[in-house]
Ligand binder design. Sequence first.
Ligand SMILES: NC(=O)c1ccc[n+]([C@@H]2O[C@H](COP(=O)([O-])OP(=O)(O)OC[C@H]3O[C@@H](n4cnc5c(N)ncnc54)[C@H](OP(=O)(O)O)[C@@H]3O)[C@@H](O)[C@H]2O)c1
Length: 294
Amino acid sequence: MIETSDLAAAAAAATVPHIKLNDGNAIPQIGLGVLRIDDEGVVPVVESALAAGYRHIDGAAGYNNEAGVGRALAATGFNTGDQRKSLWLTTKLRDSEQGYDSALKAFDNSLKLLQVDYVDMYMIHWPTPFNWRSGDTWKAFAKLREDGRVRTLGVCNFLPEHLERLHEETGEWPAVDQIELHPTWQQRDVVAFCQEHGIAVEAYSPMARGADLNAGDGTIARIAAAHNVTPAQVILRWHIENGTIIIPKSVHAERQKQNLDVFGFALSLEEHKAIDALDGPQRAGHDPMTFTYA
Ligand SMILES: NC(=O)c1ccc[n+]([C@@H]2O[C@H](COP(=O)([O-])OP(=O)(O)OC[C@H]3O[C@@H](n4cnc5c(N)ncnc54)[C@H](OP(=O)(O)O)[C@@H]3O)[C@@H](O)[C@H]2O)c1
C-alpha cells in the first residue's frame, strides 16, 4: 500500500526543477549537503531528507560519512532499482587522492561505502594549484564515466584560471562548478565565466552557514516578513531564481522541509536588487588558491 507520507514526499520532489547540464544529464536544483555531520548522525539526517522529498544528496569522501550515507540509502531502498534512478548522488575525491591511479582506487572505496554501483556526479574537491594534478585526475574521472560508474563529472572551488587549465589539458569543461556562493559572497566573475562556457553553477554554503540569514541589517528578514516565509527561504529562493543549483545543509527535519518549500512565492525585481547589493568582500569558507582539505 502507498503511504500518505510517500505521496507527500513524491509531491515535494516533483516541485523541484531540474537543471540541464552540458553532458545532457539533468540535476535536481536542490540537494541536501551533509558536511560536518558524523557517520552515525548522518543516517537519520539522510533518511528524513529522503522522506521530505529530497532526491539529491551532496556528499564527499572528505566528510568521513560516506558509510553512513550508504547505510541510509540501503535502509530506505534508494541504493537500487527505480528508487536509485530517482536519486542524484554526488561524492567528491579527497585532494590527497588526486592523480590517475589513486583517483580510481579512491572511487572504488567510495562506491563500496555508499553501497551503490554508480554515482551521479564525481567531483574534484579543491584545485590545489600549488600541487596541480587535476589533468591526470580528470583522465581517471573520464574512464569512470566511460565505464558507466559515474554519470557526470564536476569540480569544486575552481576559479576561471583553473577551469581554463583543466580545459587546456583535457579538452573538456566540467559540467558543474560547485563554489561558495551566497548573498554576501557572490563571486560574479566566476559565475559569468561558468555561464559563458556552459558550466552549471552549484552554490555551497548557500546561506553562508547561517550567517547570511541576518545579512544587510535586516534586509533578508524584511523580505521574508513581506512574503510570510523565513529568511532561509528568501535566500534559497534568490538562488533558485538566479538558476543556481543549491545544496543547503540541515540536520533538522522541519528545516529540511522548509528549505525544499521555496516554490510558493516569487521575489520582485526590487527584492533581487536589494539582495544583490549585499555582496561583500568576506568569504565564509576557504581560499581555493591556498586551501587543501587533504
Ligand atoms: N565543495 C566544497 O568545498 C564545499 C564546502 C562547504 C560546503 N559544501 C557543501 O555545501 C553544503 C551546505 O553548506 P554549509 O553546510 O557550509 O552551509 P549552509 O547550507 O549555508 O548552512 C548550514 C547552516 O544553516 C543552518 N540552517 C539550515 N537550514 C536552516 C533554516 N531553514 N533556518 C535556519 N538555519 C538553517 C544549519 O543548521 P542545522 O543543521 O542545525 O539546521 C547549518 O548551521 C555542505 O553541507 C556541503 O555538502 C561544499
